[in-house]
Design a protein around this ligand. Structure first.
Ligand code: F0G
Length: 470
C-alpha cells in the first residue's frame, strides 16, 4: 500500500540521500531505493519565474505557487482579518509555501494552531547580557506544544488519504497532538509511549482525546522500532516527524516568526534537539524564505541537547558529522529523551547551511534555565529550557555576542510537566546520583510552597520574611 503524493502542482518528494524523486511514499515514508528520509521540494520556485502573487484560496481548482515576496507578505497579512477557518490558522495562512492537499476544504483539520506569541525576556536578557532576547512560545498552541503546527498538516493528509487509523511513537507531545487532530477528523489514533517516562499532563491529553494508548516497556527509540514494523503490516498512517508533511507544517513557525519581526531575521535562533524534526523544519523554512527573497539573510540556527541524550552533539563534535551513533538516552527533560534521532541528516544540513552550533547542557542547567524563563512570567516545559541554558554556553564561548539578536524557540507549555517544576522548587528533583551537588547552584531560584496555620499573623510573618530576603 502506498500513500499518494498530495500535490497537484510543484511540490515533489525527494530522498535526502540518493536524490530519488518517487511519485508516492511507502507507509514508512522512507526511500524505497536507499531507505533514507524523504522531503518535499518545490521545483517551481525559481526566482526568474516570479509572476506576482495572486491571492490563492484553498478552494481554487488549480492552485499554483506564486512567489512575489511583497505580494505574499501582504496576502498573509490580509488573511489575519479573514473569518475563514483556514485563514485564522497560523499554519494554513501560509499555505502558498506548503504542498497542496487536494479538496482541502473537505480535509483540513484545524484547531486554530500557530499564531503563537513572541515575548521579550527582560530578566533572561539581563542574565545573559543579550538585550535583544525573545522567545517564540510554541507551547501556546492548542495542545500546548509545537507539534500542532506539523500535525494539522499531516493529519489532514491522512484524512485526505481516507485512513482509518493514524499512529505515532512519542515522548508525549506528538501523541497528545496527534490524538487531538485525529479526534477532529474522526480517525482512530494509536499511541506508543515509553512506560513511566512521559509526564502525566501529556499522557492525560491522549486519554481524553480518545487515543488507544499503549505504554510499552521500552524507551522512545524502542517504541519507534515497533511502530516502523507495524506500519509495514497494517494500514495505519504514520504521524512521526519522518512524515514529510509534519516538517512542512512545522516550517510555518519560522515564517510566522519572520512576519512578527517585520521580515528582519534575528542573528540567532536556538532550538532544542530531540528527534531533530523541528530544527530540520525551521531550517528548511529559513532556506526557502531566503530563496524566495522573503528574507535577505539566514539567522544562525543552533541546536541544544541534554547531556544525557546527546547523540547529535556527539555526531558533530566527535564524528565530524560523518555518522550518528545511537545511545541509551537519559534526561529529566523527558520530551527529548531520544537516543537515535531520525532526522539527524536533515538537521546537520541545516546546521551547516546556517552556520549554527550544537551544544549540550547539564540537567541542573536545564532546571535553572526553566525557572529563569518562569521568572520572566512566561514558563515552559523542561525540554524547551535547554535553549536558554544553551544560549548561556554560546555566550561564554563567544559564539553569541552581546549586541546580537536571539530568538529561543520554546516548544512546550509549563503545565505539560508540573511534577518536574514542583520537585525542583521543593528541592527534590536531584538525587545523589543525579546532580545533587551541582543543584546547589540553582537553589536561589527555588520557591518552595510554605505550609502555614490558617491565621493572619503567620501569613504576615511570611510576607515580611520574603520582603527582607528580596
Ligand atoms: N521540545 C519538546 C517539548 C518536545 O516534545 C520535543 C519532541 C522536542 C523539544 C524535540 O523536538 O524531536 O523535533 O527535535 N518531542 C517528540 C514527541 C519526540 O514525541 O513528543 P524534535
Amino acid at each position: 500500500m502506498s500513500i499518494a503524493q498530495n500535490t497537484e502542482t510543484t511540490a515533489k518528494l525527494r530522498c535526502i540521500s540518493c536524490g530519488a524523486t518517487p511519485d508516492s511514499a511507502g507507509q514508512d515514508f522512507r526511500c524505497t531505493a536507499c531507505g533514507d528520509l524523504l522531503e518535499f521540494f518545490f521545483p517551481g520556485w525559481t526566482l526568474d519565474q516570479l509572476d506576482g502573487a495572486k491571492p490563492r484560496r484553498h478552494t481554487d481548482p488549480k492552485p499554483s505557487h506564486h512567489t512575489d515576496p511583497a505580494a505574499l507578505k501582504s496576502l498573509w497579512l490580509q488573511r489575519r482579518s479573514s473569518r475563514d477557518a483556514l485563514d485564522q490558522s497560523g499554519v494554513w495562512r501560509f499555505r502558498e509555501l506548503l504542498p497542496h492537499i487536494p479538496n482541502l476544504e473537505k480535509h483540513a483539520l484545524t484547531l486554530h494552531e500557530g499564531n503563537t506569541p513572541l515575548y521579550h525576556l527582560p530578566r533572561c536578557a539581563r542574565a545573559t547580557g543579550v538585550e535583544n532576547l525573545h522567545a517564540k512560545h510554541q507551547g501556546m498552541n492548542p495542545t500546548a506544544s509545537f507539534k500542532d503546527t506539523g500535525m494539522t498538516f499531516a493529519a489532514s493528509s491522512a484524512h485526505q488519504g481516507k485512513f482509518r487509523w493514524v499512529a505515532c511513537a512519542s515522548t508525549g507531545n506528538t501523541s497528545a497532538s496527534m490524538a487531538a487532530y485525529a479526534a477532529r477528523g474522526n480517525m482512530h489514533s494509536l499511541v506508543l509511549i515509553p512506560d513511566g517516562k512521559i509526564s502525566w499532563g501529556k499522557l492525560s491529553q491522549s486519554l481524553d482525546y480518545g487515543a488507544l494508548t499503549c505504554q510499552l516497556r521500552t524507551d522512545f527509540d524502542g517504541c519507534v522500532q515497533i511502530l516502523n514494523d507495524l506500519v509495514r503490516q497494517k494500514p495505519v498512517y504514520l504521524l512521526n516527524s519522518v512524515n514529510p508533511y509534519r516538517i512542512e507544517g512545522q516550517k510555518t513557525a519560522a515564517i510566522e516568526l519572520m512576519e512578527q519581526l517585520g521580515w528582519e531575521p534575528p542573528d540567532h535562533i536556538i532550538v532544542p534537539g530531540g528527534n531533530l524534526g523541528n530544527s530540520s523544519a525551521i531550517g528548511k523554512a529559513l532556506v526557502e524564505m531566503r530563496e524566495l527573497k522573503l528574507i535577505s539573510r539566514l539567522p544562525k540556527l543552533s541546536i541544544i541537547q541534554a547531556q544525557g541524550a546527546n547523540p547529535f552533539y556527539r555526531c558533530v563534535h566527535e564524528f565530524g558529522g560523518k555518522k550518528l551513533e545511537p545511545m541509551t538516552a537519559d534526561t529529566l527533560a523527558t520530551a527529548i529523551r531520544i537516543g537515535n534521532p531520525a532526522s539527524w541528516k536533515k538537521a546537520l544540513r541545516v546546521l551547516q547551511v546556517t552556520s549554527g552550533q550544537v551544544e549540550q547542557v547539564m540537567e541542573v542547567e536545564i532546571a535553572a534555565a526553566k525557572a529563569e524563563i518562569g521568572a520572566d512570567g512566561i514558563g515552559c516545559e523542561p525540554a524547551s529550557a535547554v535553549t536558554l541554558a544553551g544560549l548561556k554556553k554560546l555566550r561564554r564561548s563567544g559564539f553569541v555576542k552581546a549586541g546580537e539578536s536571539v530568538v529561543l524557540i520554546l516548544t512546550g507549555h509549563l503545565l505539560k510537566d508540573p511534577d518536574f517544576t514542583i520537585k525542583f522548587h521543593r528541592g527534590d528533583l536531584f538525587t545523589e546520583s543525579r546532580g545533587a551537588t551541582e543543584a546547589t547552584q540553582a537553589k536561589y531560584l527555588q520557591r518552595a510552597p510554605i505550609v502555614l496555620d490558617a491565621n493572619l499573623a503567620a501569613v504576615i510573618a511570611a510576607l515580611d520574611a520574603a520582603e527582607r530576603n528580596s
